[in-house]
Design a protein around this ligand. Sequence first.
Ligand code: NDP
Length: 332
Amino acid sequence: KAYFDDDANLDELKNKTVAVIGYGNQGRSQALNMRDSGVNVIVGNIEDGASWTQGKKDGFDVYSISEASKRADILFLLIPDEIMPSVYEEDIAPYIEDGNVINFASGYNVHFGFIELPETVDIVLIAPRMIGKGVRDRFVSGEGFPSLVAVHQDSTGKAKTIMLALAKAIGTTKIGAFESSFEEEAVVDLFGEQVMGGFKLYNLRMAYELLVEEYGFSPEAVLLELYLSGEGIETLRNAQEVGIWGQLRYHSTTSQYGHQTRGKYAASDASRALLRSIVENIKSGEFSKEWKTEQLTGYPVFNRLWKDNLKHPFIKSEQDLLKILNANKRKG
Ligand code: NDP
């Protein structure tokens, strides 16, 4: 089910103070959008952090996180997911009052149990499917952006009404706020990152190893074909208009044939089983537990992967080609 502007009423937010905790990617955009929608918004940030200054510059009343939490009826928790549990515990939880509304932009911490909230508050989710910059730009342009929304706990009986009003205020009901759940948002988001994002990184690199290192084709030809030409972006943009299969019609018939015959190999029983194991690993909480351990032990795997991956010859070829492409882009 999707909700649109007509399903929401901004009057529900009258006489309420919304504290945006964290004035970063999402925080700044959502705060500006809500203020433009007539909502009374204050900002909570670590004192004298870079975003503190930005919030003041943008004309908000900026407070420490604990002070903003005290003053608010509705809290938007928009700081990085990894630090949210400890900040919540220390600076937010002591000031939460019965009947407050706590809004998340990601289901991660609530679903995987890293943050436990009292039973006396409303817990809602408005998760934009859009980077922070797009949340603001598309509000200003009037385009809107989609998001997933959910009510996790309704203690006041008004959680959904308030959630929809907030969704309208940040500009997402313009195009569609889609009913979801904290679990669905968290699991699907991680799946997208790991499979659609992560597999792509290693697939591209494997293609480079094969075509450049094994078969001797030039890195330029290979990298332009794989992604650096920007053709992929155009294809995706087109897919947004006409669908992923529909955009295929804009390719040559040779390409259409190749896509559909060879592409099928990626959907083998073995890859389906692999994807299933990834969903299971996420759903069972194994992934989030592993990531928590990683954080608590000082990011050993994370740092090693970054170091090793940047050493790969693929990176040097890519950066060399980017230099050429960007130099000519600047010349116009
Ligand atoms: P950011 O990384 O942009 O958050 C930065 C904010 O967090 C700044 O205000 C920063 O303060 C503050 N901050 C950093 N470290 C600390 C700390 N130790 N204690 C207190 N505050 C701190 O976050 P995002 O906007 O990317 O993400 C916010 C939420 O939105 C997350 O739940 C995320 O999953 C979700 N989300 C993000 C999307 C995105 O596109 N980024 C898309 C959809 C959902 P300062 O700068 O002053 O140091």
